[in-house]
Write a protein that binds this ligand. Structure first.
Ligand SMILES: Cc1ncc(COP(=O)(O)O)c(C=O)c1O
Length: 354
């Protein structure tokens, strides 16, 4: 399924009901959705979940970025509140858990909880980190006792920060709740649309790093800042103090919003992921790679959304898009040759014998 794109901002705003209905016709065992998306937008989840449940298909949410949802009236509901059958969520994004601390929540109407338990037992480490587990408990207790108050402060900090930075510029430079339908955007998310200032996000990231500030993600058109309940009002002020002069220095004519390849790529399958993974492979020069089947997963990171996966064809669109992303200075992850001078592909002999 592919997300709808908001034409004003060029960003994905969730999966439409018609996309889901098409997918359900293929009788899937489950529907997996990433909600919220990396830029803070959400599908109309109650509608999608109701539709999937009408066909007795469970809905599993990758809600890595939604751990704080449901703890404040201004935030979207938690995935479990809107009827998801399983929700996997990090507690180290807007919430202050340790890295690698994450939760799987599930209900048993359409999923077999014993099977989940068996799968967990088969795959989890035999030496879990007590510190990470304790941090999950700590965050859960914190959210139960002071969650609403802490998120309230976070939302105020984010709103004040945006207001202050925005007051120096006339085009709208942040994604705002008012840009989207009700409950379809996380108001704690800080997304700066540097294209509105004609600036390059990757260059701005370098300037910020020199001032001791690291960002969650930067590409040519956007910067995503990571705002958490552990950030003080002073740290937001410090960010605004450093950011405003840098933005002013780099400002030029606004660029039209472009849809990043990450949100718009539609893969062409060359062989199955499994066949590609176990096939014999070879390295080919970028100029000879068009039409070959990738053996690598390749993703600009962050956000780490694959542009190509093993078994998918390296089309001209994929190759040109990756070249452009790398030229803008974004790190290319997982590729055998991250410079993209060469690509690891399924060897022709291997494809013929399949
Ligand atoms: C959509 C999504 N899912 C999963 C993850 C991984 O989560 P964790 O770091 O808790 O393993 C991330 C990390 O950023 C993510 O963006």
């Amino acid at each position: 399924m592919y997300p709808e794109i908001d034409s004003a901002t060029g960003i994905p705003v969730g999966i439409s009901i018609s996309q889901l209905k098409n997918a359900l016709r293929q009788q899937p065992v489950a529907v997996l959705l990433t909600e919220p998306g990396y830029l803070g937008t959400l599908s109309d989840l109650p509608l999608l979940i109701e539709e999937a449940h009408a066909s007795k298909v469970p809905v599993v949410l990758d809600a890595a970025w939604g751990g704080h949802f449901g703890f404040h009236p201004r935030l979207p509901c938690h995935g479990m509140q809107v009827g998801a059958d399983a929700v996997i969520t990090s507690v180290h994004k807007a919430l202050p858990g340790y890295s690698a601390a994450a939760l799987l929540l599930a209900r048993s109407s359409l999923l077999k909880v014993e099977r989940l338990q068996q799968s967990f037992e088969m795959t989890h480490t035999t030496s879990p980190s007590g510190a990470a587990l304790a941090s999950i408990d700590g965050v859960r207790a914190l959210m139960q006792s002071r969650g609403c108050q802490l998120i309230d402060q976070l939302l105020k900090n984010v709103a004040l920060f945006k207001e202050r930075v925005q007051s120096h510029f006339s085009p709208p430079i942040f994604l705002n709740e008012s840009d989207f339908a009700d409950s379809r955007f996380d108001p704690a998310k800080l997304v700066l649309r540097v294209s509105q200032l004609g600036a390059c996000g990757v260059e701005l990231e370098k300037d910020l790093l020199q001032q001791g500030i690291s960002v969650e993600m930067a590409d040519r058109d956007m910067i995503v800042f990571h705002a958490t309940v552990a950030d003080s009002a002073a740290s937001f002020e410090n960010l605004a103090d450093k950011l405003i002069p840098i933005l002013k220095m780099k400002q030029s004519a606004p660029r039209a919003s472009a849809v990043a390849l990450t949100w718009s790529i539609s893969p062409t399958q060359g062989c199955s992921l499994r066949d590609a993974f176990f096939a014999s492979t070879e390295m080919v020069a970028a100029c000879d790679a068009a039409g070959c089947v990738s053996a690598d997963v390749i993703a600009p990171y962050p956000p780490g959304v694959a542009i190509v996966a093993p078994g998918e064809v390296l089309t001209h669109q994929v190759l040109a898009g990756l070249r452009e992303i790398a030229a803008a200075g974004v790190r290319i992850a997982y590729a055998t040759d991250p410079s993209l001078a060469r690509y690891r592909v399924v060897s022709k002999m291997s494809l013929i014998s399949q």
